[in-house]
Design a protein around this ligand. Structure first.
Ligand SMILES: Nc1ncnc2c1ncn2[C@@H]1O[C@H](COP(=O)(O)OP(=O)(O)OP(=O)(O)O)[C@@H](O)[C@H]1O
Ligand SMILES: [Mg+2]
Length: 238
């Protein structure tokens, strides 16, 4: 098993944001993490990527306990995180952002340049290659961040709503990028509110509501689970 999340919990003041969440992921899969707003998805990703400490529970990556590790140590083990709010260096060119990411991940300068050139083409960023990243559109920044995460292909990429507010054409570039990496055997945990994309990309998914896992398994089955439908309707019966 690539990832084993066991009884993960996190409380903010009196708010049990994540409540005994357990799930596991096999190597080479794209797993969806869905649920209504405020259900705890980002908090789970924050714990998996070492940004937040857990109150309790365990996280195993290939049977190794990783829950106490910092983001930099996790990145070295191949766990990379993409944020709901894009993080790029605004006053550095798109191309140089990739080079910086490559070097931070331990690639040589020459390797970083070669890889950055490939990714610029694959992510359709040629027209903005030498523009400051701050001048890129929201979607282009997201694509750039994908590139930064994939300068050295991660074992597991944690994606927090990469498709939100992105132009459909760029959404397709992103989806194709994820599919191509999946074909190469990479694994993704994908938080998204875009159900058609979740259905198209994720073989399996986990649905959370108010901090708890309410359903998990094959995506199609999870999406048609009455508890999941009800959670998205805000608990109202129709
Ligand atoms: N740093 C924080 N401090 C206090 N409360 C927080 C913090 N981060 C999240 N929360 C609370 O924890 C709960 C879960 O939030 P989280 O952001 O994980 O949800 P989410 O599923 O990612 O929602 P969305 O779909 O809107 O992004 C919410 O009630 C939120 O207000
Ligand atoms: Mg979130």
């Amino acid at each position: 098993m690539l990832l084993n999340v066991n009884l993960l919990s996190k409380k903010f003041g009196g708010n049990q944001a994540v409540d005994q969440v357990s799930f596991s992921m096999e190597e080479g899969t794209i797993m969806g993490l869905i649920g209504p707003n405020g259900s705890g998805k980002t908090t789970v990703l924050n714990m998996l990527s070492g940004i937040l400490t857990l109150d309790s529970g365990s996280v195993l990556l290939n049977d190794r306990e990783i829950s106490h590790l910092k983001p930099s140590a996790l990145a070295r083990l191949g766990v990379m995180r993409m944020f709901q709010m894009t993080r790029v260096f605004a006053r550095v060119s798109a191309f140089d952002n990739l080079i910086i990411a490559g070097q931070a991940l331990g690639l040589s300068f020459q390797k970083s340049v070669t890889k950055a050139d490939q990714l610029i083409v694959e992510l359709s960023l040629e027209p903005v290659k030498f523009l400051d990243a701050g001048q890129l559109s929201g979607g282009q920044k997201k694509l750039l961040e994908f590139g930064m995460c994939f300068m050295k292909s991660p074992k597991l990429a944690l994606l927090d709503e990469p498709f939100a507010a992105v132009h459909p054409q760029m959404r397709e570039t992103m989806a194709n990028f994820i599919k191509a990496r999946h074909q190469e055997g990479h694994s993704f945990l994908l938080v998204s509110h875009d159900m058609p994309i979740v259905q198209a990309l994720c073989q399996t998914c986990v649905c959370m509501n108010t901090g708890k896992v309410i359903a998990s398994g094959l995506t199609k089955q999870v999406l048609s689970n009455p508890q999941v439908v009800e959670a998205y309707l805000g608990g109202e019966h129709v």
